[in-house]
Structure formats: structure tokens, C-alpha cells
Design a protein around this ligand. Structure first.
Ligand SMILES: CC(C)(COP(=O)(O)OP(=O)(O)OC[C@H]1O[C@@H](n2cnc3c(N)ncnc32)[C@H](O)[C@@H]1OP(=O)(O)O)[C@@H](O)C(=O)NCCC(=O)NCCS
Length: 108
């Protein structure tokens, strides 16, 4: 029998600090590190929903709206927003302690 679940049960929050090994030549966070953290937080949310190992099939277009400096604290939050037959859609938000939202628009 399929277990009924609420989207909020998949809510996953992850907090990271930006260290020098995360940065580019401008001492800003490299986009690839942010995408790595996005991949992890969304995988945990999806696994919580599916009770199963998941893989990332595709990612929406991502536009980074703010540079993130060494020492900044970044919080990412992911939640399953739709479940299909064997796949899920996960919504991701990310912001710094200073209150900067890190994406232009929404990212799934
Ligand atoms: C994603 C993957 C499992 C799909 O395999 P597939 O044989 O095409 O599977 P199917 O055609 O049966 O599709 C399975 C589901 O995935 C969805 N899907 C497949 N490709 C997708 C894509 N590019 N974007 C979004 N959803 C996708 C299908 O719509 C389907 O959803 P549904 O069952 O809810 O209707 C396969 O392409 C894969 O393993 N890719 C590598 C994933 C990976 O390693 N990610 C880490 C980054 S390298």
C-alpha cells in the first residue's frame, strides 16, 4: 500500500559556512559549491519523501543574484513540491545570514 505523505515532511534545511577552499579568484563562493550543496539538500528532501535512494535527473536554469564572501553563512532549504510516478520535483531556496536571497527567481 502507498503511504500518504505531506510535502512538509520532506522539508530539509542545511547550513554551510564559506571557507577559502570554496572560493574563486575574487574570494567569492564558486557557483559549483553552491550547486553541490543544492544537490545534497534536495536529495535528502527527495529521499525523505520516497524512502529510497534518488538521483538528480535535471535542474532548472539557475541565476545567481548575489556574490557570497568568505565567512558568509549560507542556508539552503529544500522541499518536495510534486510527486509523479517515479520522479519528484524539489523546490530549493538559499540565502545568507545577511538576508540575501541567492537565486533570481525560483529553482527546482
Ligand atoms: C534520470 C534517469 C534515472 C532516468 O532514466 P530513464 O531510463 O530515462 O527513466 P524513465 O524514462 O523511466 O523515467 C523515469 C522518470 O524520470 C523522469 N525523467 C527522466 N529524465 C528526466 C529529466 N531529464 N528531467 C526530469 N525528469 C526526468 C521521467 O519523467 C520519469 O518520471 P515519472 O516516472 O514520474 O513519470 C537516468 O537518466 C539516470 O540515471 N541519469 C543519471 C542520474 C545521475 O547520475 N545524476 C547525478 C548527476 S551526474
Amino acid at each position: 500500500m502507498t503511504e500518504k505523505k505531506f510535502a512538509r515532511e520532506s522539508l530539509t534545511t542545511m547550513t554551510e559556512m564559506v571557507f577559502p577552499n570554496h572560493t574563486n579568484g575574487l574570494n567569492n563562493l564558486m557557483g559549483g559549491w553552491l550547486m553541490y550543496w543544492m544537490d545534497i539538500v534536495s536529495a535528502i528532501a527527495a529521499q525523505r519523501h520516497a524512502n529510497s535512494i534518488v538521483v538528480t535527473a535535471s535542474v532548472d536554469n539557475i541565476s545567481f543574484s548575489e556574490p557570497i564572501k568568505v565567512g558568509d553563512v549560507v542556508t539552503l532549504r529544500a522541499q518536495v513540491t510534486r510527486a509523479f510516478n517515479s520522479s519528484m520535483e524539489v523546490y530549493i531556496e538559499a540565502w545568507t545570514d545577511a538576508g540575501f536571497q541567492l537565486f533570481d527567481g525560483s529553482v527546482y
